[in-house]
Design a protein around this ligand. Structure first.
Ligand SMILES: [Zn+2]
Length: 292
């Protein structure tokens, strides 16, 4: 009984502590977001920093300034219409069901990345007091990245001739995307290094298969686009160090996506290789099953 009651008291104390911590965090968030006039050592006014707030510890979320919020929204909202138009263009250039399906999947991944990111940043800017809504959008923002990566590989995996084993990557990327999404659902923001590893594996692993394809056109563009994402990661991790770091990261994502789009349009749709595309994938897979 004594143990039980002391356990209960311990639980209450832990609960109070948790509540206090949450309140402190909320205050810090507000303090970080406010652009107050501060004074330096000599008592002179330091103008409010409109371009960047202070860096926060790794376990906390950086609070952007009003201008950073606006830049975060604009740098992805800007690409919604072009990505819709670009997807439609691929659709128009499609000559068979594989091309149409790949255009649809790729277009859906590309457009939803920009739409969900814009929605999340708008909610984080204007509706940050709705904590659970913001949290939900933040999770979606992270989840959609996995589907965007899988969708970016889809046209190459569906329309290019790959080795007999490599064709399995066509469905494996979606298994990886589903795994990543489930991971975000259960462990969102808990182990940040693990998230980074998941994105890196998802981004690099299918590329190894693409590198081995017999037809090599478009490979350079794929690598340059990939390099944009990698370079952008530097800014993704630089909130509070580099002004507008997250918006710069967005621009790198947009640049990488634009280069990949160009490669897909040019090498898979505008000038398809002189091969029977409709049966390339199935032939490769048939070869595997015959081999088995
Ligand atoms: Zn973002």
């Amino acid at each position: 009984m004594l143990i039980e009651s002391s356990g209960k008291q311990g639980g209450d104390a832990a609960g109070e502590q948790e509540e206090r911590r949450e309140m402190e965090e909320e205050e810090e968030r507000r303090a970080g977001g406010e652009e107050e006039e501060k004074k330096d050592e000599r008592g002179e006014d330091i103008p409010a920093r409109w371009f960047m707030n202070n860096r926060v510890p790794p376990n906390k979320r950086y609070q952007p300034t009003e201008y950073e919020h606006a830049a975060n929204c604009a740098t992805h909202a800007l690409w919604i219409i072009p990505s819709l138009l670009g997807s439609s263009l691929l659709h128009l250039h499609s000559e068979d069901q594989w091309e149409r399906m790949s255009a649809w999947v790729y277009g859906a991944g590309l457009t939803s990345l920009f739409i969900i990111s814009t929605l999340f940043h708008t909610v984080a800017w204007k509706k940050s007091h709705l904590r659970s809504v913001e949290h939900c959008f933040h999770m979606c923002d992270r989840m959609v990245i996995y589907f965007f990566i899988a969708a970016s590989y889809a046209p190459w995996l569906n329309l290019r001739e790959l080795g007999p084993w490599a064709c399995h990557m066509r469905w494996l990327v979606w298994v990886m995307a589903s795994f990543g999404t489930t991971y975000v659902f259960f462990f969102h923001e808990r182990y940040k290094i693990m998230e980074l590893i998941c994105y890196t594996v998802m981004g690099v692993f299918p590329a190894l298969v693409i590198l081995s394809m017999p037809e090599q056109s478009g490979l350079w563009e794929l690598l340059v686009g990939g390099a944009c994402y990698c370079l952008g990661m530097v800014f993704f991790k630089s909130d509070g160090i580099v002004p507008f770091a997250h918006a710069i990261w967005h621009l790198f994502v947009a640049m990488g996506a634009a280069i990949h789009y160009y490669a897909i349009w040019r090498y898979l749709y505008a000038q398809p290789p002189n091969q029977d595309l409709d049966h390339l994938g199935s032939k490769a897979c048939e070869a595997t099953s015959n081999h088995l």
